[in-house]
Design a binder for this molecule. Structure first.
Ligand SMILES: CC(C)(COP(=O)(O)OP(=O)(O)OC[C@H]1O[C@@H](n2cnc3c(N)ncnc32)[C@H](O)[C@@H]1OP(=O)(O)O)[C@@H](O)C(=O)NCCC(=O)NCCS
Length: 138
């Protein structure tokens, strides 16, 4: 592993899909992903040389709600502290941009086996359940 480089707000749709495929099935389309990147508050990407190895992004309204999405570390780079660094960077973004003197709701959705990772970063689960509906756009 070379020295890792962190980039801000440069994560492309192609890089996003590449990393998505390293950990999940059913990657979204390039067009959908490009629009999502464009409308993301804050994107962070991590490179080992020329190769992207991790990403995370923050969506939200900047005032009341921030939502962490798509925290991915390529499998061969996991358990080296990169995931923690991504969360630290996302939380720094909130502290730098949130209205001073307020308390801000930072939220995310995690699979059960990833909850301990987020608990180590200070998050806690509550009784709320995720509801979803896959909406077909014609
Ligand atoms: C979840 C993920 C981002 C963690 O990234 P990582 O770089 O491996 O995490 P780190 O090395 O920074 O780990 C930080 C701490 O969390 C712990 N940890 C990491 N993954 C964990 C897990 N699944 N369960 C319990 N603890 C975990 C580490 O042991 C470490 O503990 P320490 O601080 O006591 O040493 C990574 O496993 C990943 O990308 N998974 C696939 C995609 C995914 O599911 N993302 C989450 C979407 S909700």
């Amino acid at each position: 592993m070379n020295h890792l480089t962190v980039k801000y707000n440069e994560l492309s749709a192609e890089e996003f899909i590449y990393l998505w495929k390293s950990v999940w099935d059913g990657a979204p389309s390039l067009e959908q992903t490009a629009l999502a990147m464009q409308n993301t508050l804050f994107r962070i990407s991590v490179f080992d040389g020329q190769e992207i190895v991790a990403m995370a992004r923050m969506i939200g309204d900047m005032g009341l709600n921030y939502y962490i999405k798509d925290v991915v570390v390529k499998p061969e780079y996991q358990h080296k502290g990169i995931g923690k660094m991504l969360i630290d960077e996302l939380m720094k973004f909130v502290r730098d941009h949130g209205i001073k003197g307020t308390t801000i709701f930072v939220e995310l959705c995690a699979m059960p086996d990833k909850i301990p990772f987020y608990e180590k970063q200070g998050f806690s689960a509550n009784e709320a359940q995720r509801l979803k509906l896959m909406c077909e756009v014609k």
